[in-house]
Design a protein around this ligand. Structure first.
Ligand code: NAI
Length: 311
């Protein structure tokens, strides 16, 4: 039985892709689930996939960039389900292209959803979660692009690095409370990201002219992408374990290690100044953040992992 059974989860971007996979995993763990999404048609289609008798699922129309609507949406949920215990800031858009081709409208659209949406969710719900005091968990979907730069996707990389930093900071601020924090780093997952990115882009942030991108995306075999259902189960497991970092894929260790190694090589190999160390220590976690000590060792093979590796 899940320790989150009976708790209420609010998932943005919950009508499609990974958010919907998490909604199913959470509902099967006997949680009450809110799927919040911009697209009403997607909410309707998603609701058809839940059992009316076994699952307590509420669809809520929300544009995560709309701060006033956030408050109304949360109040609607509280009226129906009571306090919200789990916030999963997952909604995102996948706008890519080299930095020279990006317009201010591209930046405003991409950062508005991918970073602004996370900030808005946190600002709306964190005080309420602290006030009700019943405990819970806050998560956000970053990306492996939130840990290693993806050439040709600088805008996405910048937003996802920011989400990673935001969530790590939050983990420090909530250490010792009854609210856990996880940041989720998915690799390639079979979702509708390409299509929904175009569908949700508002008229005032459309480009007048679209410049051709000098880097064309490779044609890839999407059949090996992970399913949203598996992703949902992996996120649930990470939340149950109170993991700071949740990965979906085992394939990214090489790139992450390469970045960490590059950083270590760049640090001046000179004797450190003890007085300076003492001063930096006064800035709290600037020198050393104990949140990184809390990450448990790898969660081990997932029950679908063999099938996944074989396919
Ligand atoms: P998806 O497109 O299937 O689902 C995203 C959902 O977010 C959609 O239902 C969409 O309507 C909603 N959404 C978009 N803008 C919104 C807004 N302003 N307000 C409310 N809802 C909004 O895509 P997917 O892949 O499931 O995306 C979920 C998250 O995963 C995103 O943050 C994405 O950046 C991230 N991600 C996806 C990867 C992939 O391989 N699909 C890999 C790494 C990260």
């Amino acid at each position: 039985m899940s320790r989150f059974a009976g708790k209420t989860a609010f998932i943005t971007g919950g009508a499609s892709g990974m958010g919907l996979g998490m909604a199913h995993a959470f509902a099967e763990a006997s949680m009450r689930v809110v799927i919040a999404d911009l697209r009403q048609d997607a909410l309707d289609a998603a609701m058809a996939g839940f059992s009316k008798t076994d699952h307590a699922v509420l669809p809520v129309r929300l544009d995560v960039t709309d701060r006033a609507r956030w408050v109304d949406a949360v109040e609607e949920v509280e009226a129906a389900f009571g306090n919200i215990h789990v916030l999963m800031n997952n909604a995102g858009v996948g706008l890519t292209g080299t930095l020279e081709t990006m317009t201010y409208k591209d930046w405003d659209f991409s950062l508005g959803v991918n970073l602004g949406g996370v900030i808005n969710g946190l600002t709306t719900l964190l005080p309420r979660m602290k006030t009700h005091g019943e405990g819970g968990h806050i998560l956000a979907t970053s990306s492996t692009a939130g840990l290693t730069a993806v050439t040709g996707a600088g805008m996405y990389t910048a937003a996802k690095f920011a989400v990673t930093g935001l969530m790590e900071t939050l983990a420090g601020e909530l250490q010792g409370t009854n609210i856990g924090v996880s940041v989720f780093f998915p690799g390639p997952v079979s979702t509708n990201l390409g299509a929904t990115t175009h569908a949700v882009r508002p008229a005032h942030l459309q480009n007048d002219v679209t410049l051709p991108d000098p880097i064309s995306p490779p044609a890839v075999d999407t059949s090996v992408f992970m399913s949203k259902e598996e992703v949902g189960q992996r996120v649930l497991r990470g939340m149950e374990r109170n993991d700071l970092f949740i990965f979906s894929h085992p394939e990214f260790s090489e790139g992450i290690r390469a970045r960490n190694d590059a950083l270590m090589r760049a640090i001046p190999r000179e004797p450190t100044n003890d007085a300076r160390v003492a001063v930096i220590r006064q800035f709290g976690s600037l020198l050393y953040n104990p949140i990184y000590d809390t990450q448990a060792d790898g969660p081990g093979p997932f029950r679908h992992a063999a099938a996944n590796a074989a396919s």
